[in-house]
Write a protein that binds this ligand. Structure first.
Ligand code: HEC
Length: 133
């Protein structure tokens, strides 16, 4: 009953047309706006780690994602600033650590299979995130 009233109100506000059209991109949080996957062979080495991270990890690890939200809390409990909740801002991660978390999972993060992210993609992503070597 209430939700029907809200829908009717929304239709009135929207002039009765295109009520359910896509919301403007600027209203959507970054984790919903990750880029399209690069075209080409996913098994080929040498991909762009930043883009591959945003494509394959971004729905949890860009701003607003559940991984970011959880890690922000963890980092703040360790006395760090909230921006360290974004993996891209971390300087303490090693490439080997990133790879092992991705394949084994950790806490609330499910293990990512080679279908989710191929070894070649993970190599590029872990180089991008592994700023501590
Ligand atoms: C389904 C959501 C999800 C996806 C997809 C995901 N993660 Fe995570 N990730 C999390 C969550 C949640 C945590 C925090 C886990 C915890 O501590 O309980 C986390 C933690 C991590 C950590 C550990 C950080 C630390 O401080 O120890 C790394 C590294 C990481 N993720 C890398 C990645 C990479 C790289 C990808 C993409 C290949 C990825 N994750 C994909 C949800 C996700």
């Amino acid at each position: 009953m209430f939700s029907r009233a809200v829908l009717v109100a929304a239709m009135v506000v929207a002039g009765g047309s295109a009520v359910l059209a896509d919301p403007p991109a600027m209203m959507m949080p970054p984790y919903m706006l990750r880029p399209a996957a690069p075209a080409g062979d996913r098994l080929k080495p040498g991909g762009d780690g930043k883009t591959l991270f945003e494509v394959h990890c971004g729905y949890c690890h860009l701003l607003g994602g559940m991984g970011t939200n959880l890690l922000t809390k963890q980092r703040m409990m360790m006395g760090e600033t909230p921006d360290k909740g974004l993996l891209a801002n971390r300087t303490d991660l090693t490439a080997d650590y990133v790879k092992s978390v991705v394949r084994a999972g950790k806490g609330a993060m499910p293990a990512q299979t080679k279908v989710d992210v191929t070894d070649a993609e993970l190599e590029a992503v872990s180089k991008y995130l592994g700023k501590a070597g």
